[in-house]
Design a binder for this molecule. Structure first.
Ligand SMILES: *Cc1c(COP(=O)(O)O)cnc(C)c1O
Length: 429
C-alpha cells in the first residue's frame, strides 16, 4: 500500500478512536468514517465511495453539497448570517411565504421557524394547548394531546415522555402529563383517546422511526373527519415525510386533506443547516403573541435564505415527481426480491423499509455488509433496513444500490434472492 493510502487509513482510524474516547456513547455508528459528499455519493477518509441510501434521515433530500444551495449559503454567510428576531430581515418573509404556500393549509396560515425539528414539535404542542384554552375553552391545565403508539417526534424531555419506546425513556422521568395514546392506523382507537379536554391529535402520516409504517388508505381522511367532529386540531409531523419524500409535497396531499398544522424540518435546511418550522392556520399561530415563544437562531437570515432556496430547488428540479416515479420503481424492485429473509416491504415514494426476519438474519449485519460493498443504509428497530436516497438519485444509481442489497441478502442466506444484474459495476459519480 502506498504511503498516501496508509495516511488516509490512519485518518479514519484516528477519527474513530477520538470519537470513541471523547463522544458520549449515545450512538453506535457503522464503522465508516465519512469525509466528503457530493450528490448521492459519500467518500470515506480512505477515499472509498458509497451510495447514500440514508440521506441523514431525509435531511439530505437535495443530495450533498447541492451547488445552488451551497452558493446561497456562502453568499448569505458573507452578507448576514445571524441577527436575532429582535429585528426584521430580508430573508425571513420570502422563506415563510414560500413555506406557507407549499403547505397549502386553509388560508390564512402562518409559520413559526426554529432550528432542530424537535423544537418545532415543542412549538406545535404549546400552540395547540394555547388554542385549547383560549378558543376551545378547556379548563386551565387540563388540555390533552392524543399521540400514536410507536410515535417518534424527537428527543426533548416532554416529547420522550409520550414515546412508547423504552430505550428513549429509561430513567429520564418524571415526564410531562397531558398525552393520551392511541393505536396508529386504527380510527376507533383514536376516537376512544379523544375527550372534551383534547386540544389536538399529533401524528406522523407514515411512522418513520417505528419502521416506515404506512397506515391503511383512507386513514388520514378519517382522522381529519374525526378531528372536525370533535373540534380537535389535527397536527401532522412531516419532519421526515414532508418536502417530497413520499412522492407528494406533504404526505397529507395523497389523501387530499389539510391539517390545521404541519411540522416541517430536516430537508428544509437543504442538507446544510438545521431549519424547522411549525406551519398552522392563523387561528392557532396568531395566539403566539410577543413574549410567548422564541428561539435565538430560529429563522435567522442564513437559515431563511438556504431554506427558501431548498424549497425552490424542490420545485425547479421536480423532486416531488421524481420521488413518486422512482419510488414506485424502488418498491416494485424490492417487492420482486422474493427472499425468504424478507418479511415485508413497506413505504411510499423514495422512502421504503424492508423488514427482515430476525430469526434468520440481523439487519445490522446486512447494513454493515452493504457498507463494505459501498451502499450506506441504516437499520431501524433491529429488523428494518431503510431505503431513502436523496430525491435527486438517478434510476441507475438506485438500481445499483438495490442490486447490492439483493446480493448481500443472497450472501447471508445462501439462497436465491434474485439480482437482475449479475455484474455489479458501480455507476459513475
Ligand atoms: C427527525 C424527526 C424529529 C426530530 O427532529 P430533530 O431535528 O432530530 O430534532 C421529529 N419528528 C420526526 C417525524 C422526525 O423524523
Amino acid at each position: 500500500m502506498d504511503a498516501r493510502a496508509e495516511q488516509f487509513i490512519d485518518t479514519g482510524a484516528r477519527s474513530m478512536a477520538l470519537e470513541q474516547s471523547y463522544a458520549a456513547p449515545n450512538y453506535a455508528p457503522i464503522p465508516v468514517v465519512l469525509e466528503r459528499g457530493q450528490g448521492c455519493w459519500l467518500w470515506d477518509a480512505a477515499g472509498r465511495r458509497y451510495l447514500d441510501f440514508m440521506s441523514a434521515y431525509s435531511a439530505v433530500s437535495h443530495g450533498h453539497a447541492h451547488p445552488r444551495l451551497v452558493r446561497a449559503l456562502v453568499e448569505q454567510a458573507q452578507q448576514l448570517a445571524v441577527a436575532s428576531r429582535a429585528y426584521h430581515s430580508t430573508t425571513l418573509g420570502p422563506f415563510l411565504a414560500a413555506l406557507v404556500e407549499a403547505a397549502d393549509l386553509p388560508a390564512p396560515a402562518r409559520a413559526l421557524p426554529a432550528s432542530g425539528g424537535c423544537e418545532s414539535v415543542e412549538t406545535a404542542i404549546k400552540a395547540a394547548r394555547r388554542w385549547g384554552y383560549r378558543v376551545k375553552r378547556i379548563a386551565a391545565d387540563r388540555a390533552t394531546i392524543a399521540v400514536a403508539r410507536g410515535n417518534f417526534h424527537g428527543r426533548s424531555s416532554t416529547v420522550i415522555g409520550f414515546s412508547t419506546e423504552p430505550s428513549y425513556r429509561a430513567d429520564f422521568g418524571p415526564f410531562a402529563p397531558g398525552f393520551r395514546h392511541f393505536d396508529f392506523g386504527d380510527i376507533d382507537s383514536l376516537a376512544a383517546a379523544i375527550d372534551d379536554n383534547t386540544c389536538a391529535v399529533l401524528l406522523e402520516p407514515i411512522q418513520g422511526e417505528a419502521g416506515i409504517i404506512v397506515p391503511p388508505s383512507g386513514y388520514l381522511a378519517a382522522v381529519r373527519r374525526l378531528c372536525d367532529e370533535r373540534r380537535v386540531l389535527l397536527i401532522l409531523d412531516e419532519i421526515q415525510s414532508g418536502l417530497g419524500r413520499t412522492g407528494a409535497m406533504f404526505a397529507y396531499m395523497h389523501e387530499s386533506i389539510r391539517p390545521d398544522g404541519v411540522i416541517v424540518g430536516k430537508a428544509l435546511g437543504g442538507g446544510l443547516l438545521p431549519v424547522s418550522a411549525f406551519v398552522a392556520v392563523a387561528s392557532v399561530l396568531d395566539l403566539m403573541d410577543p413574549g410567548s415563544h422564541g428561539s435565538t437562531f430560529g429563522g435567522n437570515p442564513l437559515a431563511g435564505r438556504v431554506a427558501l432556496e431548498a424549497l425552490r430547488v424542490i420545485h425547479d428540479e421536480r423532486l416531488v415527481e421524481r420521488s413518486r416515479v422512482l419510488g414506485e420503481h424502488l418498491l416494485m424492485r424490492l417487492d420482486d426480491l422474493a427472499s425468504p429473509l424478507v418479511r415485508a416491504v413497506r413505504g411510499r415514494g423514495l422512502w421504503v423499509g424492508v423488514d427482515l426476519d430476525p430469526k434468520r438474519v440481523s439487519a445490522r449485519a446486512v447494513v454493515e455488509r452493504m457498507a463494505e460493498r459501498g451502499v450506506l443504509s441504516k437499520d431501524t428497530h433491529e429488523t428494518v433496513i431503510r431505503f431513502a436516497p436523496p430525491l435527486t438519485v438517478e434510476r441507475e444509481q438506485l438500481d445499483w444500490g438495490i442490486d447490492v442489497f439483493a446480493d448481500v441478502l443472497h450472501e447471508v442466506s445462501g439462497t436465491s434472492a434474485r439480482s437482475r444484474r449479475p455484474a455489479l459495476s458501480a455507476p459513475a459519480a
